[in-house]
Ligand binder design. Sequence first.
Ligand code: APR
Length: 187
Amino acid sequence: MKKKVTLIHGDITNFPVDALVNSANKSLLGGGGLDYIIHKKAGPLMKAECVRLNQEKGGCSTGQAEVTTAGDLPAKYLIHAVGPRWLGGESKEPQLLCDAYSNALMRANEIGAKTVSFPNISTGVYRFPQQLAAEIAIGTICSILPQHDQIAEVFFVCRDAENYLIYKEILSMLDDPKIQIKISSVE
Ligand code: APR
């Protein structure tokens, strides 16, 4: 069965999947941007699990990912992936962003998620250049997805038109026999 990678232009917190990936920070206690919206919408159960992870494990290192319940969000699980802050490109930011995507996908596979949604990690508050981040996100996911037996489909959910058009251009040029690419119409 071919794996699927689908591009969506919309709000990731309204898009039903098994595992929803959050652009988290190392504390896992919420922050601004998407993290703020997710913590607000997920509710107290998810918050309590994040507090426990913060207390027991000190949160989550950059490039890593932790799983909690998704609470009131339209998903079974939340995967809190910590991307790197852009510091100019000389502090291993590309590798750390790649790690964040691959570790989040590995966690999703471990919990048996069939569908996973990703935001454009690190391209907001963390100022990672959108084009490079998109190339890393798509390159990482498309190269490792075939080895993840549980996962059937990955959704890249872009809120802003700029990221959506960048992803659309890269994905429309992709030609991988193991992966079926689908580009949704703009919302
Ligand atoms: N649906 C999909 N994508 C969204 C949504 C949404 N509802 N809201 C924001 N985004 C997009 C932004 O447009 C951006 O492209 O998510 C991407 C990541 O942006 P941020 O939320 O700013 O996260 P990031 O750049 O990864 O920085 C993480 O910011 O929010 C804090 O606590 C967080 O410290 C952490 C840092």
